[in-house]
Design a protein around this ligand. Structure first.
Ligand code: NCD
Length: 309
């Protein structure tokens, strides 16, 4: 399914997964395959700004590792307390400065729309590493890469999303992307955490096959991939509402007997109790593979946006 093509991503922002066509997604996945075990020093003269206004482990460190593997330098922060934002400096002023210090900006922010705002202000490309509960397009590329690698294809799979579909940005981005690959999508959510209507409308308008249920075991036999998510406690306005749904679902090894034998269990991580540790040693475990694949995919993203592939 992969084919070589001229780099279509040079100097582009990646804010939403919908910014990328199917061909462009395939292009990036193809580049990632080539860079998985290969670290050509493509970016020795480049500086990547890594601006994390919100906690992160995998996303920040895999971007960092990807940049360094390709010979780039990384500047930035993972804690706004050490920046002039703490003194009251505006987001706008911060971006207007940093765009002069770096060749690309990777940004994570708790507020929806802030990556787009940064892109509007910056003349260097901006990559969204997660904006509130909105979008997380680079995680989606990691997820697609992992699905392709583990299932051998992307087309026509039945994918179940389990958990916080309301606030989970990884779900919002991945569901849109899977729609490009003729997926059958099943949304499985506790009451109150269902997929927001705007995303369902978008899928409908693109004639994507999807259904919704609260009962995982009703659909478990149909799934090629089960994508589990954490309940996003930090996005709840009312902690009582969080307490009502916390711990309301858990996948464990015993439960896997109800699924296809080769179901791929994915999770963007971090996990709390939604996947028991006894799943880790099963052949169905996909989440640490996702975390590992993140470096190759982010190498491909940086090299493409910076025009070095
Ligand atoms: C996710 C995120 O930040 O949206 N993590 C990640 O980037 N791998 C998922 C989460 O925080 O639950």
């Amino acid at each position: 399914m992969f084919f070589a093509k001229k780099n279509p991503l040079k100097s582009r922002d990646i804010i939403s997964i919908n910014d990328l066509s199917k061909d462009e997604i395939i292009y990036l996945l193809q580049q990632a395959v080539g860079l998985e075990d290969y670290n050509p020093k493509l970016l020795p003269d480049k500086i990547i700004a890594s601006l994390f206004f919100e906690p992160s482990t995998r996303t920040r460190l895999s971007f960092d590792a990807a940049a360094k593997r390709l010979g780039a330098q990384v500047i930035g922060f993972d804690n706004i307390d050490t920046t002039s934002l703490k003194k009251g400096e505006s987001f706008k002023d911060t971006i207007k400065m940093i765009e002069q210090y770096a060749d690309v900006i990777v940004i994570r922010h708790p507020k929806e729309g802030s990556a787009q705002l940064a892109a509007d202000l910056s003349h260097v490309p901006v990559i969204n590493a997660g904006d509130g509960s909105n979008q997380h397009p680079t995680q989606t590329l990691v997820d697609l890469y992992t699905i392709k690698k583990e299932k051998g294809k992307l087309e026509g799979l039945t994918v179940g999303f389990l958990g916080d579909l309301k606030f989970g940005r990884t779900v919002h981005s991945l569901a849109s992307a899977l729609g490009l690959f003729n997926a059958n999508i099943v949304f499985i959510a506790p009451k109150g955490l269902e997929m927001p209507a705007e995303y369902l409308k978008e899928l409908q308008s693109k004639s994507v096959n999807f259904s919704q249920t609260a009962d995982l075991l009703n659909v478990s036999q149909t799934l090629d991939v089960l994508y589990v998510t954490r309940i996003q406690e930090e996005r709840f306005k009312n902690k009582k509402d969080y307490k009502k749904v916390a711990g309301s679902y858990q996948i464990n090894k015993e439960m896997l007997a109800n699924f296809k034998q080769d179901v791929l269990v994915m999770h963007p991580l971090p996990r709390l109790e939604e996947i028991n540790q006894d799943v880790d040693e099963t052949p169905n475990q996909g989440y640490f593979k996702q975390a590992g694949n993140a470096v190759a995919v982010r190498k491909a993203i940086l090299a493409s946006v910076l025009g070095r592939v």
